[in-house]
Design a protein around this ligand. Structure first.
Ligand code: GLY
Length: 424
């Protein structure tokens, strides 16, 4: 099969790494990809949201399947675009359609969906600039801290935890005044939960589903889970608190009502569905849905999928997932993100990266990298690399990650030293 993967981050390098191992994969193309994905297939200089160019490329290269990494093309309707054009409608695109992708594209849509379908989630209310007075009155009485979420896609930055009513009111004003562009036209005000976060991702064909290994990512920039929120600075799989009993609750209180709700509301969801969860005294609550795999969760989940991933994707496309087993590698896997100093704020780029060839017993997935005019691998983003490793235990996996992280060098290298600190 000729396969086209969309995206260019560490998640896509991990997906490309897994797809390239499939016995069904004859050629893998990645649009636009990065220097890491170029070691698994052929990068194509086409943006993941340039649907017309993707169509031309698919016809030219006789592409048999498109796999979508990031949310942007899904929320913009890449699945619908392919389905509605008879020349490419035969090519399955692995991901949800535009309506289904609203579970990520609109926080207000997602919260209302959860409420209608009894999916356990923190209490919330939605406000716009037009209801500012009501929002201010609500925030003045709300228990602190409180969570404010810009409704639309805000590049992972639209969720703010406020410690006082004054801070929350100021944040609300900024959001509805365009701090996150149109994404903040509506703001979800949500109850703050204590507990521990984890990620559960399923793959579904719209009828049945398979649960991928649970994981936990570390979103804050600094050790001890402090500092600004990032896309994720590391991840572990499985988190030890995701016991069988807890995962049973996730299935019955979260996944099943979500799947039933989708069916009841006529939303045909196919592809990955990401549940960002909170474990509050052993009760799971949904903090967010995403319509794609997580980053850096993919960098610990794909190594733990033992099945041929293309067979799983084929079953999603054919809606035969009920007959397709998903085999899991029992070894724990962890990842540590090597970032650029200054991220998630401003940072410099273009520093040569050395030492990847000195690493052993690990997988180095590339994210913010580029090749300079001298053909050197250089930094080109906030999150630069993900160093993933297996172990007999999480502790062992993390040791291997950190030994290898220390072998890679570039000016401005930054990484958290405590990934997994709270679970090992
Ligand atoms: N690691 C969080 C996310 O992918 O949304």
């Amino acid at each position: 099969m000729n396969i086209l993967l969309l995206g260019s981050g560490g998640r896509e390098h991990a997906l490309a790494w897994k797809i390239a191992q499939s016995k069904h994969c004859s050629q893998l193309f990645i649009a636009p990809g990065n220097p890491g994905t170029a070691t698994c297939g052929i990068n194509v200089p086409v943006a993941a949201t340039d649907f017309d160019a993707l169509k031309s490329f698919c016809l030219l290269q006789a592409i048999d399947m498109v796999v979508v990494g990031p949310e942007d093309p899904l929320v913009k309707g890449v699945v619908d675009y392919f389905q509605q054009d008879s020349s490419i409608a035969h090519i399955p695109v692995i991901g949800p359609n535009k309506t289904a992708a609203q579970l990520e594209g609109s926080k207000a849509f997602a919260k209302a969906f959860m409420l209608r379908n009894q999916v356990q989630t923190p209490a919330y209310k939605t406000f716009t600039a037009a209801d500012s007075d009501a929002a201010i009155a609500y925030l003045q009485k709300h228990a602190m801290p409180v969570v404010l979420k810009a409704d639309g896609l805000a590049a992972g930055k639209g969720v703010v935890i406020c410690q006082s009513p004054e801070e929350a009111i100021e944040e609300f004003r900024q959001m509805v005044s365009g701090k996150f562009g149109a994404a903040g036209n509506r703001v979800v005000v949500e109850q703050f939960l204590t507990g521990i976060e984890l990620t559960v991702i399923i793959i579904t064909d719209g009828q049945s589903y398979r649960i991928l290994p649970p994981s936990k990512d570390y979103k804050r920039i600094s050790d001890g889970d402090t500092g600004l929120n990032t896309g994720g600075m590391g991840a572990v799989s499985p988190p030890p608190f995701a016991t069988d009993a807890f995962m049973q609750k996730v299935q019955s209180l979260i996944i099943e009502p979500t799947m039933q709700g989708l069916k009841k509301e006529g939303i045909h969801y196919k592809g990955f569905l990401y549940f960002g969860l909170f474990n509050d005294r052993n009760e799971p609550y949904v903090i967010e849905y995403n319509c794609r795999m997580g980053d850096p969760e993919t960098q610990v989940i794909m190594p733990r999928v033992a099945s041929d991933i293309i067979e799983v994707f084929q079953a999603v496309a054919a809606e035969t997932l009920a007959n397709q087993p998903l085999e899991i590698d029992p070894r724990p896997c962890t990842t540590v993100i090597l970032a650029s100093h200054g991220y998630p704020g401003t940072f410099e780029k273009g520093f040569p990266i050395t030492g990847i060839d000195q690493t052993t017993d690990c997988m180095v997935f590339q994210a913010g990298t580029a090749q300079n005019e001298r053909n050197e691998l250089v930094t080109a983003g906030g999150r630069v690399l993900a160093v993933s490793a297996y172990g007999q235990t999480l502790d062992e996996a993390l040791r291997t990650c950190y030994i290898n992280a220390g072998r890679i060098y570039y000016d401005s290298r930054y990484f958290r030293r405590d990934i997994g600190f709270d679970v090992i």
